[in-house]
Design a protein around this ligand. Structure first.
Ligand code: ADP
Length: 486
């Protein structure tokens, strides 16, 4: 039962497969059903029509015979003789007067059971056209007509022919035909379902192949389908053309970002340099001028950082991000970064590490940039009186750096998205921090380029007056450890 409901839940009523199967099965059911009905009707005609004709002929012939016999013998004897002549083993005749009294009848009534003959004889109305009727579990073709003798109506003639054996055979055949049709419809439906499933396989393959194409392999991605119908091959060809157009436009966009970032960065760096030098050398600036120049220098620095991030990401996308991987002692690197960050942020940042020195192969400057980004975020998104801790650890072949804060935390549904470019959780919340939503995507790009991974664990548990330890974020960087002697 469970299995059936599982299979049932997997069926999509709007899928092409279900629609085609239902459509084709429906048409074949209709075709087979109509054929079975037509065959049954035709067979009944073949089996019963002879009897109907026979009964009709008897009803027509009896008045003529009675007329002939009445000329040579008394009418009642003539009537009985005519009835006797037309009576056969399974044919029964009787004549009723206008007051429903039986005037004459076939001599073979004793062949039928008492109840059947009583029921038949009690009938007062029958159609003139012969019809099949069921009387007491037996089948009869019956009809009636008036019996005119010498321009007078003598009574009503009833002719009945027993067709029980033919009708039984007919009903058995109809039953077999019905069962056969149902079985054939089921078999055809199952066969059609399998055939349609196989025919749609290339489409499924196409969708699976397209699903795994990422931005990184857009240029090389090509869809090949063997043994697929020409229409699907045509579709795959169109897809390939579209992929190549997409790849070209993506490449152009990347190139554009890279060029613009590069072209803007140089003059902006010069502007920033001049601003710094004016701020350092000019002692006679008014407080308003001083403030304006400081703001301009800060904004210029922020924009230079953004352009550098864009340039790095564009290089990483085109595979031109060259990392200078060299062995280094992670403890020294972390100490240096924490020292820098403390000066820069005016916050106390603690290091928790084992005394053992941890060695990795990495790009020293890029890893410093990564850690500075994470510490900068930890500082930005936590209160000034809460600690920021950098933990350093080695587990087997892996060096682990954790940047922990007790800040506002990141909602679970956002945690997978914060590494996307330009993604910021809440513009209103983040506006004051002055970022562009690129820091973490740079972190991810660099760390993965160094053969490592970066993950986040975070809690946004409601603020508790007595304990604030229950919330905050932990960004974990894992890098392959090595020995400097290698
Ligand atoms: P930004 O430069 O805007 O900070 P990031 O890429 O560094 O961009 O971070 C993306 C978003 O992730 C931020 O807008 C911020 O909301 C969230 N975030 C990053 N680090 C933390 C953290 N330590 N605590 C809380 N939120 C964070």
């Amino acid at each position: 039962m469970n299995q059936i409901s599982k299979i049932w839940s997997k069926i999509d009523p709007f899928s092409l497969r279900v629609r085609l199967t239902v459509g084709v099965a429906g048409v074949s059911a209709l075709g087979l059903g109509s054929l079975a009905i037509w065959t049954s009707w035709k067979m009944q005609q073949i089996l019963i029509n002879d009897h109907k004709l026979n009964v009709e002929q008897i009803a027509e012939r009896l008045p003529r015979d009675v007329q002939l016999y009445s000329e040579i013998m008394p009418p009642s004897t003539g009537l009985q003789k005519a009835i006797n002549n037309l009576t056969t083993t399974n044919t029964y005749l009787w004549i009723k007067s206008s007051d429903h009294q039986i005037i004459a009848q076939s001599p073979n009534w004793n062949q039928l059971s008492q109840t059947t003959s009583t029921k038949l004889m009690s009938l007062t109305e029958m159609s003139v056209k012969p019809q099949v009727a069921k009387v007491n579990q037996r089948y009869f073709v019956l009809c009636s007509s008036a019996l005119p003798i010498q321009d007078q109506t003598l009574g009503k003639l009833f002719v009945v022919q027993d067709v029980t054996s033919e009708q039984t055979i007919f009903l058995v055949i109809v039953r077999y035909l019905g069962i056969g049709s149902i079985l054939a419809i089921i078999t055809i439906s199952v066969a059609i379902a399998f055939y349609i499933k196989r025919s749609l396989q290339p489409l499924r393959q196409l969708s699976q192949m397209t699903q795994v194409i990422s931005l990184a392999d857009l240029g090389q991605a090509q869809i090949y389908l063997d043994n697929a119908p020409s229409e699907v091959k045509e579709l795959a060809k169109t897809f390939n053309m579209m992929l190549s157009r997409l790849s070209q436009s993506w490449e152009q966009e990347r190139q554009f970002v890279s060029n613009v970032s590069h072209e803007l960065r140089t003059p902006l760096t010069i502007v920033h340099g001049y601003l710094q030098s004016v701020l350092r050398r000019q002692k006679n600036l008014t407080p308003a001028q001083q403030e304006a120049l400081e703001t301009a220098a800060l904004e210029a620095e922020r924009t230079i950082r953004l352009l550098q991030h864009l340039l790095d990401l564009a290089r990483a996308d085109s595979g031109h991000l060259h990392l200078r991987m060299e062995p280094c002692v992670l403890n020294d690197l972390v100490a240096e970064v924490v020292n820098m960050a403390e000066k820069y942020s005016d916050r106390t940042i603690k290091i928790e590490s084992t005394t053992k020195s941890i060695e990795v192969r990495t790009d020293y400057n890029r890893l410093k940039q990564v850690l500075l980004n994470l510490i900068d975020n930890a500082v930005k998104y936590s209160e000034a009186d809460t600690p920021v801790i950098v933990k350093l650890n080695q587990q087997g072949e892996e060096a682990i750096i954790e940047v922990c804060d007790q800040g506002c935390g990141i909602p679970l549904q956002e945690q997978s998205r914060i590494f996307e470019r330009f993604y910021r959780i809440d513009e209103a919340r983040d506006r004051s921090t002055g970022g562009y939503g690129l820091g973490l995507s740079i972190v991810k790009t660099f760390v993965e380029g160094m053969g490592g991974t970066v993950t986040v664990r975070s809690r946004t548990t409601t603020y508790h007056q007595t304990s604030r330890l229950n919330k905050g974020s932990v960004f974990t960087i894992t890098l392959p450890a090595c020995s400097l002697l290698e």
